[in-house]
Design a protein around this ligand. Structure first.
Ligand SMILES: [Zn+2]
Length: 267
């Protein structure tokens, strides 16, 4: 029995399974990474994208942010086999929540895709979609949305970026409030409720899967250890992580191969 087989057996037995994902799950979809060689911050000055600058100079922030948004999401990215395998595990009732450090929205896209496939399939016997719902907790927000800083209204980012590009700086909500990318900027605190929810999920999990994350940025860095205290931690990542020593299973593999294989083994 290899590690993934024993992990699959644990998932089958567990009542709560939570996945934490990082940049490594989206890199195979072509989503640029922020750090490292050829990371986005090699081409952009991260100091221009801070919360402080947004507050001081929202027009200049939005002007520059448009260039960054094009670099990040100029192409339409598709969820890959790892995103889809997690969405399938969730739809099959094996995965309760995905906590992600990514802001690309690909877990939501994968879920919509899997739901669409299920809705078209003949073996869809559920009366309500509630049974296949799982939670997607985006720790750092979602870059494909914007949020009004005054009334909190969220909407699709694309039309707002188009307005900014046409010189409507900074773009404003109907209520007069300034729109902000719906992400946690440098110098901005993560919402306390989001951190608390992530800790609760980590604490409740019987199996916690850390996938494609280097596990060095908080709060993602502390969640696996918390989960490992009274549950099974598995790390699936190409490179070593500081949490490997706490993990019952360490799988040093391409996530687009390991996660679909895990999903096959669970059934
Ligand atoms: Zn508003």
């Amino acid at each position: 029995m290899d590690d993934l087989e024993s992990l699959a057996a644990e998932i089958d037995r567990a009542s709560t399974v939570v996945a934490l994902t990082g940049a490594g799950i989206s890199a195979p979809s072509g989503v640029p990474t922020f750090r490292g060689d050829d990371g986005v911050w090699e081409h952009f000055d991260e100091g221009q994208f801070t919360y402080g600058r947004f507050q001081r100079d929202p027009a200049g922030f939005w002007d520059d942010r448009g260039d960054l948004q094009r670099e990040l999401f100029g192409e339409a990215y598709e969820p890959n086999a790892a995103h889809v395998a997690l969405a399938e595990l969730a739809a099959e009732g094996y995965l309760d929540a995905v906590v992600t450090q990514n802001t690309d929205g690909l877990h939501r896209d994968a879920t919509a895709r899997v739901r669409g496939a299920t809705a078209d399939g003949e073996n869809d016997t559920t009366d309500e979609s509630e049974g296949t719902d799982h939670e997607i907790l985006e720790l750092h927000g979602n870059a494909r949305r914007v949020r009004c800083v005054d009334c909190g209204r969220r909407q699709d980012a694309d039309p707002v970026f188009e307005r900014a590009e046409d010189g409507d700086l900074p773009p404003r909500c109907d209520c007069g409030g300034t729109f902000k990318p719906d992400v946690v900027l440098f110098g901005e605190q993560l919402p306390g409720a989001v951190i608390q929810r992530a800790r609760t999920l980590a604490g409740e999990s019987d199996v916690f899967l850390a996938i494609g994350s280097s596990l060095v940025v908080q709060p993602a860095a502390s969640l696996p250890r918390q989960a490992a205290a009274d549950g099974t931690l598995a790390v699936i990542n190409l490179e070593e992580t500081p949490c490997d020593g706490d993990a019952a299973v360490v799988c040093r593999a391409d996530v687009t191969e390991a996660v679909p294989r895990l999903r096959e083994l669970v059934r």
